[in-house]
Design a protein around this ligand. Sequence first.
Ligand SMILES: Cc1cc2nc3c(=O)[nH]c(=O)nc-3n(C[C@H](O)[C@H](O)[C@H](O)COP(=O)(O)O)c2cc1C
Length: 175
Amino acid sequence: METLKTMLVRHSCRSYTDAQITDEELNTLLTAAVSAPIGRALYENMHLTVIQDPAFLDKWTRVLRETANDPAANPLYGGKTWIVVSSLAETGEIAFANSACMVENMCLAATDLGLGHVYIYGMIRMLEHNPDFAKELGIPEGFRPISGIVVGYEKEPQTQERPVSLDRVATNYIR
Ligand SMILES: Cc1cc2nc3c(=O)[nH]c(=O)nc-3n(C[C@H](O)[C@H](O)[C@H](O)COP(=O)(O)O)c2cc1C
C-alpha cells in the first residue's frame, strides 16, 4: 500500500475476532517495530514483549479492572496479540518518544497487512507500578513498560481512506 494511503486508512480498532494473527504477520509487525528510528540508535535500550497467552491477557485485564475499579473495563478489546514496548528506565523522557516511533511503525504495518490495531498506553501506565507486571512481562532488570499495541482481525474491517483536513491541528507559519 502506498504510504500516505496507509496513513489515511489507519484507525484504531476496538473490536476483534477470536482468530490469532499468523507468525508471518507477527514477524512483519516486529520488523516494522525494529525499523523505527531510536534516539542515538540505542536499540539496546528498547525491549519488545509479544503476548499471545490467553491466560496472561485475561489475568492482566482482570488486574486492570480491579486497579481502575471498573469491572466493565475491556482495555485490550478482545485482541489476541498484545505487543508491549519497554525501555531502559534511566533513559527518561526519550523512552516515550522512542516507544512511540516503534508503536506507530507497527500501527502502519498492521494497516498495510489489513489487520486491526489499537495503541495501548493507559493500561500500561496503570500497571507499571505493579511489580508483578514487569516480572511477568519478562523484561530485563532496569527496564520499564512504556506503551504497546493490540493487534488482530477486525470484526468490521474498515479499508476506506478517512478524509483529514489540515485545520485539524492548529498550524502557524513563519516564512
Ligand atoms: C499516545 C497514545 C496513547 C493511546 N492510548 C490508548 C489507550 O490506552 N487505549 C485506547 O483505546 N486507545 C489509545 N490510543 C488511541 C487514540 O485514542 C486514537 O488514536 C485517537 O482517538 C484517534 O483515533 P484513530 O486512531 O482511529 O485515528 C492512544 C493513542 C496514542 C497516540
